[in-house]
Design a protein around this ligand. Structure first.
Ligand code: IPE
Ligand code: IPE
Ligand code: MG
Length: 246
């Protein structure tokens, strides 16, 4: 399996890495529960999988990787768990920012960051700033992100522009909406991976995933390794994307 990664161009079967991959990193709580540990230990362990996924995407030449780290619905979790989750981006970036920068990774964030604690915002702002000029993998952390919230905010901003007579309703195109999305230049996603056996979108990238391929695996996020990522990409390469055509 995956020999194509080490093969020369001539002998490797046709494999192309999807340009935009998005991952719903699910199953941390169940991973911990299985071991009799508190849920937060699953979140901590999941950071290793984040590190490995980023390295794999970067090695494969994926252009953008969006990681669902905290949804607008996740505020409903116990306070202790929420506050632990809020500390993770800072912890991850503290240990990994150097490596990300060395790999030419450009860090971005999608979501309503204003509601995040100051230390989380500061850690992200620093990473975004330090990697601003990088031209390699674009790594987007979806933090306090919700697809409905994103479309709601986009609608409000477009309505404001219409009200200010900067735009007429007829001039609103798909590109207008896409220019207001929280994912910036990433207007579509090629492959959505979800771990832990759940098969739903959970309010992730509602617009961007309109024509995404979906890959579901029972592997829990803290167990998700490079080989699992490669398997998802192999599977993606077997799909025929038709985009409504024949
Ligand atoms: C995913 O794991 C992490 C976040 C949603 C932040 P979960 O915490 O949802 O783990 P399960 O689904 O309860 O196992
Ligand atoms: C989706 O997982 C959100 C993230 C991975 C950040 P959830 O565990 O919150 O989703 P549901 O509640 O099972 O749909
Ligand atoms: Mg979950």
């Amino acid at each position: 399996m995956f020999q194509w990664l080490n093969q020369t161009k001539e002998s490797a079967p046709e494999q192309t890495a999807p340009a935009h991959v998005a991952i719903i990193m699910d199953g941390n709580g169940r991973w911990a529960k299985k071991r009799g540990l508190p849920r937060i230990m699953g979140h901590r362990e999941g950071m290793k999988s984040v590190r490995e996924a980023v390295r794999t995407a970067s090695d494969l030449g994926v252009s953008s990787l969006t990681l669902y780290a905290f949804s607008t619905e996740n505020w409903s979790r116990p306070e202790e768990e929420v506050s632990f989750l809020m500390k993770l981006p800072g912890q991850f970036l503290e240990t990994d920012l150097k490596d990300l920068a060395a790999r030419n990774v450009k860090v971005e964030v999608a979501g309503e960051v204003e509601r995040l604690p100051v230390f989380t915002r500061d850690a992200i702002a620093q990473a975004v700033e330090e990697t601003r000029e990088n031209t390699g993998l674009k790594l987007v952390f979806a933090l306090n992100y919700g697809g409905r919230d994103e479309l709601l905010k986009a609608t409000r901003r477009i309505a404001e522009r219409v009200k200010a007579c900067e735009l007429s309703p007829e001039e609103i195109t798909e590109a207008t909406i896409e220019s207001e999305l929280m994912t910036g230049s990433i207007t579509h996603v090629d492959l959505v991976i979800r771990t832990s056996g759940e098969q739903r979108l959970s309010n992730f990238l509602l617009w961007q995933a309109a024509y995404a391929e979906f890959y579901f695996t029972d592997v829990l996020w803290p167990d998700f390794r490079r080989e699992h990522f490669l398997k998802a990409i192999e599977d993606y390469n077997l799909r025929t994307r038709r985009f409504g055509g024949v």
